[in-house]
Design a protein around this ligand. Sequence first.
Ligand SMILES: C[S@@+](CC[C@H](N)C(=O)[O-])C[C@H]1O[C@@H](n2cnc3c(N)ncnc32)[C@H](O)[C@@H]1O
Ligand SMILES: Nc1nc2[nH]cc(C(=O)O)c2c(=O)[nH]1
Ligand code: SF4
Ligand SMILES: [Mg+2]
Length: 268
Amino acid sequence: MPVSDSVDFDPEVDADGDTTSEETPDGLPINELFYSLQGEGTLAGVPSVFVRTSGCNLRCWFCDSYHTSWEPTHAWLDREQILAEIESHDADHVVLTGGEPLLHEASVDLLEALEDRDYHTTVETNGTIHRDAPIDLASISPKLESSTPTPERAPEGEGAHADRWAERHENDRIDLEALAALVEDYEFQLKFVVTDEDDMPEILDLLEALRGVTDAPIGDDDVLLMPEGATRERLAETRTRVADLAMEYGFRYTPRLHVDLWNDAPET
Ligand SMILES: C[S@@+](CC[C@H](N)C(=O)[O-])C[C@H]1O[C@@H](n2cnc3c(N)ncnc32)[C@H](O)[C@@H]1O
Ligand SMILES: Nc1nc2[nH]cc(C(=O)O)c2c(=O)[nH]1
Ligand code: SF4
Ligand SMILES: [Mg+2]
């Protein structure tokens, strides 16, 4: 369902995804809602309905969902509208993503309703926020220093905003307490966006720090390296290098199937 350009667009939304006067107890700002194959992670290839909320507390320079972070657009849909749209597709799996879906309290209500209806739920999260919710798979993608925007490394036309966001992104991108709570409470995968070898020391340091603050077992096979690239062209540059790094370090590799199949088309 193409909702990102719907008449319900609210230009007043706080770009950080913070609660606004528009937010109703069971309403969510929905950027898009579509049926596709899970493209990433351990469930790659599984037919799934994707619910993409708008608004993010971070600003990765490479964000492939620009209209949920740098320039958020959405329609406000209430829980019943979202459920009806999900149920119109023949799928057992729902992926709640964003933006950052755990910014929104109403994501918990939606997840509870999906549990009642026996859906398997994956939540795609940057790992900076923990909420108590029925999540079957927490797909956590902690953001590395290489995600931080700079005037030279920003989406087109966002150079000035990048300057403003760099510090906030850098301060907020890792929250060990939230990460520990997520891995303690849920089945999880840790899915790092990797460009090259320079990302590896930070991943190793973060794993060591996280293992230091939680008793939850974190195996190397819970760690997935995902090549950076929102387009086929960019992935062609990164994926072999990242696959080689996964073998060298004993982590898993995850493709980005949807990019291979549909490039950067919306609602895929
Ligand atoms: C758009 S994010 C939404 C969920 C959450 N904000 C997060 O970052 O995990 C969904 C997934 O896409 C990944 N992603 C975003 N842009 C990417 C890019 N250019 N290349 C590879 N992965 C990307 C994120 O790391 C995350 O795993
Ligand atoms: N097909 C497909 N699989 C995905 N897995 C995680 C996605 C996301 O944006 O969170 C995503 C997405 O946008 N499309
Ligand atoms: S945390 Fe996720 S949604 Fe937010 S800017 Fe980064 S990739 Fe985009
Ligand atoms: Mg995506």
